[in-house]
Design a protein around this ligand. Sequence first.
Ligand code: B1M
Length: 234
Amino acid sequence: MTEEEDDLDLSTLDDDELVQQMHEDLYDGLADEIVEGVNILLGRGWAPYKVLTEALVEGMRIVGIDFRDGILFVPEVLLAANSMKAGMGILRPLLAETGAPKMGSMVIGTVKGDIHDIGKNLVGMMLEGAGFDVFDLGINNDADSYLDALDEHKPDFLGMSALLTTTMPYMKVVIDTLKERGLREDYMVLVGGAPLNEAFAESVGADAYCRDAAMAVETAKTMVAERRQAASAA
Ligand code: B1M
């Protein structure tokens, strides 16, 4: 980076230029700049969700393409991920403070063998903002870890995330374990992650596939409402 670029005053950029610059800063793993950019956009009246999707998620999508194509490698992507998390740290309380009425609860975690957590964290943040209590188990969860948390928190939902084609089959192990222990009907199971789709969710016995965090919130709300309706009709 040249000295001139280093001195760039983000606040002098218009919205489009700033978002573009944030994609580049995310790509370069510049966490301080991402934090500054997020604060500037919020200061200009951008909704937290718009900042999240247009500046951060879109930036990470670009990183993902160059990671896939062998232009970026793990250490660089890790820096990008940490920058994304720094930005999400500012947005998290804002997304959570909507004052939404309590909707339900979810135990969520990334499956065994998988350390990707940005998407799962986003889903948790958005659910919290929509009024759900979220119990986040982090990454690399085996079936016992999920089942212990379900037993402890007795949530409405189990949410599982996987970003690798090699780890997504583990969702079936968890669901089969729930069945073996006679617990499957106690929880609604939602699954998500970039390599998944509806057919996969159905094949492992999940209740629904969620394409993104917004869809996870919509799906959870709809299922809670349907369950309450069924309970009041019974
Ligand atoms: Co990894 N990685 N990575 N990686 N990584 C992918 C997934 C990959 C697609 C990159 C690529 O090749 N293009 C590829 C997987 C290929 C495959 O499986 N076929 C890959 C690989 C290969 C690997 C390693 C094996 C690389 C290596 O070591 N050689 C390694 C695996 C480590 C492991 O897990 N055991 C690895 C490591 C890493 C980093 C550590 C460097 C870092 C993770 C950091 C972190 O998460 N803390 C990383 C990253 C950042 C990525 C990419 C670039 C970005 C993922 C991301 O955060 N996306 C990713 C490329 C990609 O996905 N296109 C890639 C942004 C996030 C907002 O989206 O996670 O999809 P996403 O979440 C969305 C939805 O999917 C959905 O909602 C979210 C929000 O809208 N969703 C859910 C997700 N979970 C949900 C759960 C729900 C509901 C919805 O439950 C209800």
